[in-house]
Design a protein around this ligand. Structure first.
Ligand SMILES: Cc1cc2nc3c(=O)[nH]c(=O)nc-3n(C[C@H](O)[C@H](O)[C@H](O)COP(=O)(O)OP(=O)(O)OC[C@H]3O[C@@H](n4cnc5c(N)ncnc54)[C@H](O)[C@@H]3O)c2cc1C
Length: 452
């Protein structure tokens, strides 16, 4: 579990983070091409033509990449710390296309160079090595298609997640069975040992994601203490630890939350922690009604069991120290910013903060009273931008754009650290406006409430 990033300068943190990132990347490359090198250099099977060798090589690389996907999504703190979970999940999505190309190249080259092999597609007559191969590739195609077109196929997130995990297991296990059945590359002590280690590692990663992590959460349960309505169809949900000392987190981080009797439930949702990092013994979440699960949050009863997996994320002022902080927020994007402001206030931090908040109407501005209260404890300026302003409103109207920023950023804006959280059109527009005004990109940090 990641700890709050307190202490150490941000430069030192940056160097460590870069070194950690480079080390993980090298390890990734090694594991990806390692099995291929051992398989083809140790003792190439006799009488195989070059195209077959190339196709097998590509298949091995693709399989290693797919197996490593379990490590990528395992939410290991050490892997996520240098990059942030969202960047890691982005990598997971994009690298899966590369892996798919490698995997598909394997049968494609064989069918083009040896058309008689197309017979293996007749699964009734084909042998088991062919059946496992076809099963693995077919499962991979369905997995990728259901991920790209999840919304168009109207697959509920929870259904998709179970399908995704199951198909991923089928892809990898069937591919390993295919290699075992083919036999060419798993004869001899070293190659067989490598195959066994690789298989065991992939299965261990699977068990870690679906069994070990939920089991760990089970030993650290939480309990809902209150559920309070907030503005903008949002709810403040407070949890207290049951029998343990709570969660240490950096302000701005998030956790995966499961409400109910078991952490093995599929209904696990990511929410930013909105409370102060100085109070790890009780955490608050600010949850807006968005869909089937969040619309029922108001029905949660005090005393309901909850499980937290976290903290995750790198969206925290602690990782990006600066002389002044600017938070640009849309709607419930205020949640991680509240945590940062509350923590700054509890730590009696004197650095100036500016919050620019975009919301549809004045009545729907979530946590505006809390922000008002924080103005008394911090050097804090709050600028509201309303799409539909009430009569007599003298503040900003419309959307947050370059003109709004020009009116409020003030002096020294290039040296400020920016934290953006809200709908993508807003964060895109603000990022572009800041870039146009010469704010260095490494001063701008983003949290998107979309992972899939
Ligand atoms: C890092 C992060 C922090 C977040 N913090 C907050 C917060 O502080 N407050 C808040 O109100 N919302 C937050 N969200 C968004 C919140 O997770 C979704 O609104 C919620 O999961 C939607 O669930 P639903 O079933 O009500 O809606 P649905 O209509 O089922 O889903 C709406 C969309 O939310 C996404 N989603 C749904 N379920 C999940 C899930 N289990 N895991 C990941 N994504 C999912 C999918 O893209 C889906 O299309 C955060 C999201 C992320 C990624």
């Amino acid at each position: 579990m990641a700890q709050a990033a307190g202490g150490g300068s941000s430069r030192a943190t940056g160097v460590g983070v870069a070194a950690g990132g480079a080390a993980w990347f090298m390890l990734y490359l090694l594991v990806t091409v390692g099995p291929l090198l051992v398989a083809v250099t140790a003792n190439p099977p006799p009488g195989r033509d070059l195209w077959t060798e190339i196709s097998v090589g590509l298949g091995f690389v693709g399989l290693s990449m797919l197996g490593l996907q379990f490590a990528v999504v395992s939410r290991f703190s050490a892997v996520n710390a240098p990059f942030g979970l969202d960047a890691v999940l982005q990598f997971h999505r994009e690298i899966s296309y590369v892996a798919m190309v490698f995997v598909l190249a394997h049968p494609t080259i064989i069918f083009v160079t040896q058309p008689e092999m197309l017979e293996v597609l007749n699964l009734v007559e084909a042998d088991w090595q062919a059946r496992f191969g076809v099963l693995s590739v077919a499962a991979l195609l369905v997995l990728v298609a259901t991920s790209i077109w999840r919304r168009r196929l109207r697959l509920r997130y929870e259904v998709w997640r179970v399908l995704h995990g199951s198909l991923a297991a089928v892809v990898v296990v069937a591919a390993l069975a295919h290699i075992e059945q083919v036999g060419y590359y798993v004869d001899g002590f070293w190659k067989r040992s490598l195959w066994i280690v690789m298989s065991a590692a992939f299965v261990t990663l699977l068990v870690n994601v679906y069994v070990v992590q939920p089991w760990r959460e089970r030993r650290r349960p939480w309990e809902v203490t209150s559920v309070t309505p907030a503005r903008g169809s949002s709810w403040t949900v407070e949890l207290r630890p049951v029998g343990h000392d709570g969660l240490r987190f950096a302000p701005g981080q998030f956790a995966w939350v499961t409400f109910g009797r078991s952490p093995f439930a599929v209904r696990e949702h990511p929410f930013s922690i909105a409370s102060s990092a100085e109070e790890p013994g009780a955490v608050q979440f600010a949850i807006a009604e968005a869909g089937d699960f969040t619309s029922t949050v108001g029905d949660l009863e005090p005393g309901t069991r909850a499980y937290l997996d976290g903290p995750y994320g790198v969206f925290s002022y602690e990782r990006h120290e600066g002389p002044r902080f600017v938070f640009v927020v849309g709607g419930i994007g205020i949640a991680p910013v509240l945590s940062m402001l509350r923590t700054l206030a509890d730590r009696q931090d004197a650095r100036p903060c500016l919050v620019v908040l975009g919301n549809p109407t004045w009545e729907e501005v979530p946590y505006r009273e809390e922000l008002e209260e924080l103005r008394g404890r911090l050097d804090l300026t709050v600028v509201h931008v309303l799409e539909d302003a009430p009569e007599g409103w003298e503040g900003e109207t419309g959307f947050i754009d370059g003109d709004v920023l020009d009116r409020h950023l003030g002096e020294g804006y290039e040296r400020s650290r920016y934290f953006l959280c809200g709908p993508v059109p807003m964060t895109d527009a603000v990022q572009a406006a800041l870039a146009e005004r010469g704010v260095p990109t490494d001063h701008v940090h983003l949290e998107l409430f979309e992972l899939v």
